[in-house]
Design a protein around this ligand. Structure first.
Ligand SMILES: [Zn+2]
Length: 487
């Protein structure tokens, strides 16, 4: 398997530490609100990797954290540790305890993952009755369940001389690690300038880029709700230490792959790597892989904290299916920036429904997998998850002269990785298809559109697409003609 390694700055062979095994730590959600479409991209991309590794025969050991304490509103963009705890802020807003906020939004994450056909970290489908209560049995790790491990790893970092303490917090001293900024190649002074622009709350802090390992329940945080006792006083762990502690507690002092969004590189993963070296004397993670940004049409970053973008329920309200979102994100390589818009999602929906209807036309009899196609599928998967080649391969297979039953069996096999439910279409989905002769106005529009396309009058064809949409019907152009679905 080849993937793009952020530290190597190139596509490299992923050689597992243990033959036949692959250990993966995936940065997971901070559970203070409904999951944002920008985060969903990461989870779909890494779900495809997870499924690919299972398909390729690896025994996958995967962990995904759930951050339910200590993630400050300010940490995402600048790295300052002195914002509001996202959990506390939301708890105040909703008038309930932070732990209840966490539980509520863990359930909403599970709902979204289930709808998007994302596997649990242990590789199972997410059961309908899975809730926050038993989420850890399925491979998620809650930060508040690992505070002891966090304290242990901070102690190691302290013993190795990488820390200093102020009245407010215990810090990691970044000047003690010569290659601290290895990810970005930034000079420490440049990074410091960026962080200095915000208000320093702790005047005893030595370098602006130093970051909190343990925050004490004093000053700004004297009313922080979730606290634990520690060698540095009562308080709570820093966000970055959570991932170092949970990753090594569950996967060991060395593991293969760490996934996350590219937005984590300059601060969160830079700090996580520093902590790992501080505690264990080596980097712990063999390969860091990151998915690119999801951008909105104004070229800006889509982010939950800035508002203005959608959650999955909002997208469903627009008439989309969760699998449209899945298709959009898996059809584009994780290393490519995506311009997110309703139009882009519409394109994904058309492509997915087109694929669905072709698969439906194959009938229900399953033959045997066409090996020539399977081996090309494997080859494309192993080449840095080349999804565009895979989708082209599926279309080629559908047009091929192979037996229908064999094509169906092959697609069923490939869909273990795609997770698009291409074969197990629900009766619902198929019954939404428009049947000719139901409505003479619609019949006329269909006929007119078919002839518009035949005479290459694409402008008129697009207009009719709009008209049909106004009637509540979605046009899908397939190789075999036009299909119509109720929206
Ligand atoms: Zn993390």
């Amino acid at each position: 398997m080849k993937l793009y390694s952020t530290l190597d700055r190139s596509v490299v062979d992923i050689l597992p530490l243990k033959e036949g095994e692959m250990s993966i730590y995936s940065c997971g959600p901070t559970v203070y609100s409904r999951m944002h479409i920008g985060n969903i991209r990461a989870y779909v991309n890494w779900d495809v990797l997870h499924r690919a590794l299972i398909y390729l025969g690896f025994e996958v050991k995967r962990v995904m954290n759930i951050t339910d304490v200590g993630h400050m509103s300010s940490q995402d963009d600048f790295g300052s540790d002195f914002g509001d705890d996202k959990m506390d802020r939301q708890a105040e807003k909703e008038g309930i305890q932070p732990i209840d906020i966490a539980n509520k939004y863990i359930d909403s994450v599970l709902d979204d993952f289930r709808a998007l056909n994302i596997l649990s970290p242990i590789g199972s489908i997410i059961p309908a009755d899975l809730t926050f209560k038993n989420v850890e049995k399925y491979g998620w790790a809650r930060a508040t369940s690992y505070v002891d491990e966090m304290i242990q790893i901070i102690k190691k970092i302290e013993e190795n001389g990488y820390t200093y303490e102020t009245e407010q917090a215990l810090y990691f001293d970044v000047t003690k690690l010569p290659d601290y900024t290895i990810f970005t190649g930034q000079k420490l002074e440049e990074k410091s300038i960026a962080s200095r622009e915000e208000v320093e709350v702790d005047t005893q802090k030595k370098n602006p880029a130093d970051f909190v390992l343990w925050m004490k329940r004093v000053g700004k945080y004297k009313d922080h709700i979730m606290n634990w006792s520690s060698p540095w006083g009562e308080g709570f762990p820093g966000w970055h230490i959570e991932c170092s502690a949970m990753g090594t507690a569950i996967l060991g002092e060395n593991f293969d792959i760490h996934t996350g969004g590219i937005d984590h590189v300059p601060v969160h993963h830079t700090n996580e790597r520093a902590q790992n070296i501080g505690a264990f004397g080596h980097p712990v993670v063999k390969y860091w892989v990151h998915n690119e940004w999801l951008l909105n049409t104004d070229e800006g970053k889509l982010s939950k904290s800035k508002g203005g973008a959608s959650s999955l329920p909002e997208i469903l309200d627009q008439g989309f299916d969760p699998l449209d979102v899945r298709y959009l994100f898996l059809s584009i390589n994780y290393r490519t920036r995506i311009q997110y818009s309703e139009q882009a999602l519409q394109g994904a929906r058309n492509a997915r429904l087109g694929l669905n209807s072709k698969v439906l036309s194959l009938g229900t009899e399953k033959g045997s997998v066409v090996q020539a196609y399977k081996s090309r599928f494997v080859e494309y998967l192993e080449s840095n998850l080349n999804m565009s080649a895979i989708l082209a391969l599926i279309n080629e297979l559908l047009r091929s002269s192979e037996k229908k039953a064999d094509i169906l069996a092959t697609i069923l096999d490939l869909d273990n990785v795609l997770g698009l439910n291409l074969v197990n279409l629900s009766a619902d989905e198929t019954s939404k298809q428009y049947i000719l002769g139901t409505d003479s106005e619609i019949d006329r529009l269909i006929e007119e559109r078919v002839s518009a396309k035949k005479s290459k009058d694409y402008k008129r064809a697009d207009e009719i697409r709009e008209e049909l949409l106004n009637h509540g019907y979605q046009v899908v152009d397939t190789g075999d003609g036009l299909q119509l679905f109720k929206k």
